[in-house]
Design a protein around this ligand. Sequence first.
Ligand code: UN1
Length: 501
Amino acid sequence: MQSIPHLLAGFGVDMTTYQGQDLPCRTPVTGAVHATLRMDTPQQVTQKITDARSAFERWRTVPAPRRGELIRLFGDELRTHKQALGQVVTHEAGKILQEGLGEVQEMIDICDFAVGLSRQLYGLTIASERPGHRMMETWHPVGVVGVISAFNFPVAVWAWNAALALVCGNSVVWKPSEKTPLTAIATHALFMNAVARFGSDAPPGLAQLVIGDARCGAALVADKRVPLISATGSTRMGRAVAAACAQRLARTILELGGNNAMIVAPSADLDMALRGIVFSAVGTAGQRCTTLRRLFVHDSIYDALLPRLKASYGTLPIGDPSDPATLVGPLIDAQAFEAMQAALQQARDEGGAVFGGTRAEVAGGEGGHYVHPALVELPAQSAIMHHETFAPILYVVRYQSLEQAIALNNAVPQGLSSSIFTTDLREAETFLSVVGSDCGIANVNIGPSGAEIGGAFGGEKETGGGRESGSDAWKGYMRRATNTINYSHSLPLAQGISFDL
Ligand code: UN1
């Protein structure tokens, strides 16, 4: 695989604009520092918002299908550079290359979706109660949209937000995780290539990139000229963003912690369930919001499934994420490793039997944090299972009745994703029904992770309630105006009120 400076040069990035002394960027692959960047000051963030605001004032008047053309060009850039951008993701976030490429594909998919959407920003026409009147809804962009993204999906989640926000007529200010700024720099360069090809209809400043830490995020969140903040990350971060936005009555789209479960029912196809469990629990080294963290297995099949699961965990290829044979890459950093070890210790204290979970030796990766994914068998859903630990730990608990399993699924504070493996129609439909899973995503015979962009993505409770990506999530990036038009020669009042002068 090519080095980071070489890869970035391939995107046309001029690194001298970004280099500095403030932010050392480490690759989780080896732990080495591969770039040191300067951070934006809060004043520079303010200036970027000013530029984004003036860009918005022009961009909102460009017809939406023409705005879609910019996103089409951006999608083309992503198609051309898919391999290289996937490699940057792998270098910087430590995802295996297949997942790095999958992330870029997710960006391409949302671009395609957004291009179609640019001709479908529909409002309703509503029957008026008054003669000679018509009611309708018009959708307008909100203005500058602030996007705060996390290290684990360093580019796709920005693209979900930006592609929709831009076709809706907004401008975007992006504050990526300080753990993955280089991926953001590469993506921004590709976007600017699309802008250059699009021509002068795209005002400069339409998409802004902020490099920095929580101080930059705070400056973005506090700015009254940013009516909407879409933030992905920890529940702790989301609470701070929500509080700051509530203070000034700004809107938020929050995609926070997940603590996702799977129920494996007596009738489940165990071969499929096994594949679903392993991909969802150890993919991205357990660092997806949608990662499977809690597994509820029916008593009658527990002893058939667990040995197979352990056998599969015992032979997982762990190592360099750019090696095509690897399925489990490194954790993002030392802190993630320590949090994993602390969670495992707590699980032991709560009566858990831990399988795996130790540090894995990887030749050349001594400075990285590679682990054997952990399986923890517990007699009941204990306190640690109510927490999201961003690492490959799968807690396993037996259950006796579907009702009990659904109650366990719903007992945690988070509500992002959930799934059931069953071939029993009654069980599947109950799980999806009003008395079933309380999550934003509920799947049957599919694990909780790896959602397609076509559906609305997000979850309930401490996950934050936001919806991004497909379906009608675009409405979150627009404001709705209700219009009543009177084409008669009189002025009847609603509710039959008489008000004669
Ligand atoms: C996240 O983990 O923040 O459904 C997003 C999935 C991916 C997106 C995950 N499409 O797992």
